[in-house]
Design a protein around this ligand. Structure first.
Ligand code: HEC
Ligand code: HEC
Ligand code: HEC
Ligand code: HEC
Ligand code: HEC
Ligand code: HEC
Ligand code: HEC
Ligand code: HEC
Ligand code: HEC
Ligand code: HEC
Ligand code: HEC
Length: 439
């Protein structure tokens, strides 16, 4: 074809050529958009086949949290994050493997009962199966227990849990049915990190004053910062600026995050990273998915805040009084949270703080949601608010039973209205299960 002929051909086909070029460009743009999503984790959400369950909504932009490269199988990921929360599993795969399984369910796989991307079938606690499946294995229970004969097949989880039945075994229920409303000494155990730390370091503690602070000269040290640090437990137990503001690679970190705390507060850091407050930091999820994307009602101004250790423990005071109630209320704004200050529990807490009441009698937000747990080494403050939240019977063991009897506690925890108004009255309706026990 001569060059003249080519020009004539181009001229005659101009419309078609421009159409094809346009189409090609458009395709490139679309491919670029989806292709880049594969590389920039920020927008992986464009591939999502359906929204995630409420427990996992923060992960919407980070698919590999469950889908490791090139695999659809998520079992290892589920177990990785949840194994420690399911330590007391009545129906763990290990327990069931030897037992009879008369259902078609593969009970060793989490996706048999929980799945993702299917909001149309997802119920409370991420369950995606109709709740009558218990009967498949428990037919005998129903036949041999007269008190179970008229119960509906899908009613079992009204009184039992699938995974965690610690406080609900017949033995425990019978033994504690008639315990008094309040125990003789209703108290929470005292924290003892201070003693533990002193034993660990084995050298005399130094108490620092402002003149001994070790920040580099370019750091602006305001008088309020200096006095907050000097008054803090940190300065009083030899923790100077650089313990938090430097590491092996940086001589001064401007804004230290949770990583600087872990050398001294490993247990707090580990549990913090497991719950709804810290899991975003653990998996480097976009900070916007935490408060901005919250499903729970939050205070108007909270959208711009970040979650970190110092969202509750203000730097450089790092104390726990503010952290236990007012810190929470800087963010949380649901009815339950807002009504807490009208409760008897709060009155008791104020009495404890003002030394009018004995140590340990108060019940703060943290007493229920970040409970003090006795470990072999010391008392540790559990820093995941998710661990004992659902089903709320988990709170019996770690919290209520330290002060209340089982009957009073179960009745209270079964009453949604009472929870909504943060336990502002005694429960009036008994837990359904009592009717099945001998009086
Ligand atoms: C909390 C864990 C979790 C996260 C996060 C997650 N998925 Fe999934 N995904 C699952 C589970 C569970 C299944 C069901 C797999 C099965 O049945 O074996 C699934 C299935 C799928 C499927 C197959 C759909 C089908 O109908 O079979 C696709 C595609 C998918 N996910 C894409 C994504 C994308 C894209 C993202 C990120 C935007 C994502 N997933 C984030 C847990 C997750
Ligand atoms: C990156 C860690 C992580 C992975 C992976 C993960 N989860 Fe979760 N899951 C969480 C967190 C955090 C929550 C919210 C806190 C909570 O309720 O325990 C949650 C919530 C849940 C809930 C709801 C609990 C409730 O209290 O409402 C279920 C059920 C659940 N996950 C099951 C699974 C299953 C099944 C998989 C695998 C497909 C999985 N998770 C994968 C961290 C994870
Ligand atoms: C045979 C069904 C079934 C299987 C299999 C199953 N679950 Fe569950 N799961 C449930 C039911 C039902 C609930 C509702 C709460 C309850 O009754 O304890 C639940 C609740 C949960 C909760 C929130 C309550 C709690 O006790 O923490 C988590 C987290 C959870 N499941 C994770 C998992 C993980 C992880 C796996 C896999 C290792 C798994 N589940 C396997 C049925 C199942
Ligand atoms: C795959 C079979 C299977 C399914 C499905 C099943 N169970 Fe079980 N369940 C068992 C076996 C086996 C035991 C006995 C375990 C043992 O002896 O330690 C058991 C034990 C129990 C116990 C006694 C726990 C204790 O610690 O005393 C309760 C309560 C219970 N199941 C309730 C339920 C409920 C509620 C469901 C449905 C949400 C359910 N089960 C579904 C097999 C099953
Ligand atoms: C109204 C509350 C209630 C409902 C609903 C209920 N249970 Fe029970 N269940 C109890 C109580 C209370 C006990 C302990 C007293 C007893 O031994 O009967 C019990 C005992 C059991 C036990 C024996 C546990 C053990 O360790 O010996 C099993 C298994 C059980 N229930 C399974 C079921 C199944 C399956 C369903 C659903 C069809 C169901 N329950 C529905 C209250 C209930
Ligand atoms: C226990 C750990 C810890 C110690 C000890 C500590 N800091 Fe900080 N510092 C922090 C944290 C956490 C932040 C807040 C980071 C952020 O805002 O995200 C911070 C912020 C700062 C900031 C910038 C923000 C502001 O408030 O203006 C300066 C400056 C600072 N620290 C100086 C010091 C000096 C000087 C000392 C010693 C007198 C000191 N810090 C001791 C943890 C510590
Ligand atoms: C070099 C070790 C060290 C580092 C790093 C450190 N701390 Fe501490 N922390 C301590 C010691 C020691 C105490 C005081 C123990 C006592 O009560 O005598 C303490 C106490 C605390 C307390 C309790 C204060 C009270 O009033 O009971 C909080 C909260 C705290 N630290 C938070 C943090 C946070 C958040 C970080 C990271 C930003 C951090 N710490 C970094 C050693 C450290
Ligand atoms: C900086 C803001 C902030 C502070 C401070 C804060 N929270 Fe939260 N909290 C959140 C966000 C964001 C979530 C996740 C909400 C969502 O995803 O819907 C959350 C979740 C929770 C949950 C639900 C956990 C779950 O698994 O569903 C509880 C309970 C909770 N917080 C209690 C507390 C308590 C108690 C305090 C004080 C000791 C506190 N929070 C302090 C922002 C905050
Ligand atoms: C949601 C709010 C909140 C967040 C976020 C938070 N804490 Fe705490 N922390 C508390 C409360 C409240 C207490 C005191 C509880 C009590 O007195 O029972 C506490 C106690 C502590 C203590 C004292 C423990 C003891 O045994 O004396 C340390 C140390 C601590 N936190 C470190 C941290 C570190 C490190 C982080 C970040 C990884 C962090 N906290 C994040 C609320 C929080
Ligand atoms: C006496 C114990 C107790 C006290 C005190 C308490 N809570 Fe709760 N909180 C609960 C129980 C129980 C639930 C409901 C759990 C369930 O059934 O889902 C709950 C639920 C919540 C939830 C909603 C979680 C969700 O997924 O719906 C948030 C947020 C919360 N509490 C924050 C707070 C804050 C903030 C304070 C203090 C201002 C506080 N709570 C005081 C026991 C308590
Ligand atoms: C540190 C001890 C302590 C803990 C822990 C505790 N409480 Fe209380 N609670 C009390 C005391 C003391 C009262 C006041 C009793 C009275 O005046 O008769 C009370 C009162 C109540 C009331 C009645 C309030 C009123 O105004 O009449 C309810 C409901 C209640 N608690 C539920 C719970 C639940 C549910 C839990 C666990 C999530 C719990 N409490 C944890 C000590 C505690």
């Amino acid at each position: 074809m001569s060059s003249d002929a080519l020009i004539i051909w181009l001229w005659q086909n101009a419309k078609r050529i421009s159409w094809w070029t346009g189409w090609l460009l458009l395709s490139l743009v679309i491919m670029g958009y989806f292709g880049s999503a594969l590389w920039t984790q920020q927008s992986q959400g464009v591939f999502i086949p359906g929204v995630l369950s409420a427990g996992h909504h923060q992960f919407a932009d980070k698919c590999q949290v469950c889908h490791q490269a090139f695999t659809r199988d998520s079992q290892a990921a589920c177990v990785g994050c949840h194994a420690s929360g399911l330590e007391h599993d009545t129906h763990s795969a290990a327990k069931l493997s030897t037992a009879s399984n008369n259902t078609a369910l593969d009970v060793s796989r989490c996706v048999s009962c929980h799945t993702e991307h299917k909001p149309e079938i997802t119920q409370k606690m991420g369950v995606t199966r109709s709740l009558d499946f218990c009967v498949g294995c428990h037919q005998k229970t129903l036949e041999t227990r007269p008190n179970h004969q008229n119960l509906a097949a899908d009613s079992c989880t009204q009184c039992h849990n699938y995974h965690d039945n610690r406080a609900l075994t017949p033995r425990f229920l019978n033994a504690h049915h008639h315990d008094p409303k309040l125990s003789a000494e209703p108290r929470l155990i005292q924290r003892n990190f201070s003693d533990y730390y002193r034993q660990q370091i084995k050298f005399p503690l130094k108490i620092f004053s402002v003149i001994e602070q070790d920040s580099p000269s370019f750091v602006h040290l305001s008088s309020s910062l200096a006095s907050e640090w000097e008054k803090s437990r940190h300065a009083q137990t030899g923790v100077n600026c650089k313990a938090c503001h430097s590491n092996s690679t940086a001589s001064w970190i401007e804004k230290p995050d949770y990583k600087v705390c872990q050398d001294c507060h490993q247990a707090e850091k580990d549990s913090y990273l497991k719950g709804k407050h810290g899991v975003a930091a653990a998996y480097e999820l976009p900070a916007s998915s935490v408060i901005g994307g919250a499903h729970l009602p939050m205070q108007m101004g909270a959208q711009h805040r970040k979650l970190n250790c110092n969202s509750c423990h203000p730097a450089h005071r790092f104390e726990t009084t503010h952290a236990a109630i007012d810190g929470c209320l800087n963010c949380h704004a649901d009815t339950h949270s807002l009504e807490y200050k009208q409760s008897t529990h709060y009155k008791l807490w104020v009495e404890e703080q003002t030394s009018k009441g004995a140590a340990g009698i108060g019940v703060s937000c943290a007493s229920c949601h970040l409970p003090r747990l006795q470990t072999p080494e010391r008392v540790v403050v559990e820093h995941s608010p998710s661990t004992n939240l659902h089903p709320n019977h988990k709170m019996l063991e770690t919290v209520c039973l330290k002060c209340h009897g089982l009957e009073f506690s179960l009745d209270a925890l079964s009453n949604q209205e009472l929870i909504k108004h943060n336990f502002n009255a005694a429960p009036k309706v008994p837990w359904k299960g009592w009717a099945l026990l001998p009086p």
